[in-house]
Design a protein around this ligand. Structure first.
Ligand SMILES: [Zn+2]
Length: 192
């Protein structure tokens, strides 16, 4: 079961995905709302936090989550103060009941990763791409459009026809042919 705890919270938060199972994980923690209260509606225990990247809208709630649940935080760049444990490119991370491959996908931010589980066809895409061909901002610090395009190409090479569910850092999830949305994002990002 994957729940977006940020549903109904407008403002400057990212989406926050609670994935339960053998290892109950929050993918990103959001910002500016009571995510602990939202999480406790579904679970008393949390095993880990995994970050797609460390922009403020994705990590603002991190202290309340680690305090309330006593969990550590995994992310790509251990030099980031909020990251306790490094996830390397290509490493596999247990989220819920499945093993997700971390795909380093810079361009929006240097420490950005996507997470893909071929066994159940689920992708956490962070702020690399969004539904309907949207893609992450590249005008912020560490933003790089060429790098973002390479990252989308890289992602397309990793995900396969099994991809059935794409959960993004903002906006709605895609549950119908997400490959198409990724291809649209690649085209849109390549237009000048
Ligand atoms: Zn971001």
């Amino acid at each position: 079961m994957i729940q977006n705890l940020a549903t109904g919270h407008s403002g400057l938060t990212s989406n926050v995905f609670l994935v339960d199972g053998a290892r109950t994980v929050l993918v990103d923690v959001g910002a500016g709302f009571d995510v602990v209260e939202a999480a406790t509606q579904y679970t008393d225990d949390l095993d880990a936090v995994v970050l797609t990247h460390t922009h403020p809208d994705h990590i603002g709630n991190v202290d309340q989550v680690t305090d309330a649940f006593g969990v550590d935080v995994w992310g790509y760049d251990p030099a980031q103060p909020v990251v306790d444990h490094e996830i390397e490119d290509g490493e596999h991370v247990q989220i819920g009941d499945h093993s997700y491959e971390a795909i380093h996908t810079p361009g929006h931010k240097n420490d950005h990763i996507c997470l893909y589980a071929p066994a159940n066809g689920v992708l956490f895409a962070g702020d690399l791409i969004f539904a309907n061909g949207g893609f992450g901002r590249t005008d912020l610090e560490e933003g790089d459009r060429e790098l973002l395009i390479e990252s989308i190409e890289r992602l397309l090479n990793v995900v396969d026809d099994n991809l059935t569910e794409m959960h993004t850092g903002h906006g709605p999830s895609v549950t119908t042919n997400p490959n198409h949305d990724i291809e649209l994002a690649l085209q849109a990002a390549g237009m000048r």
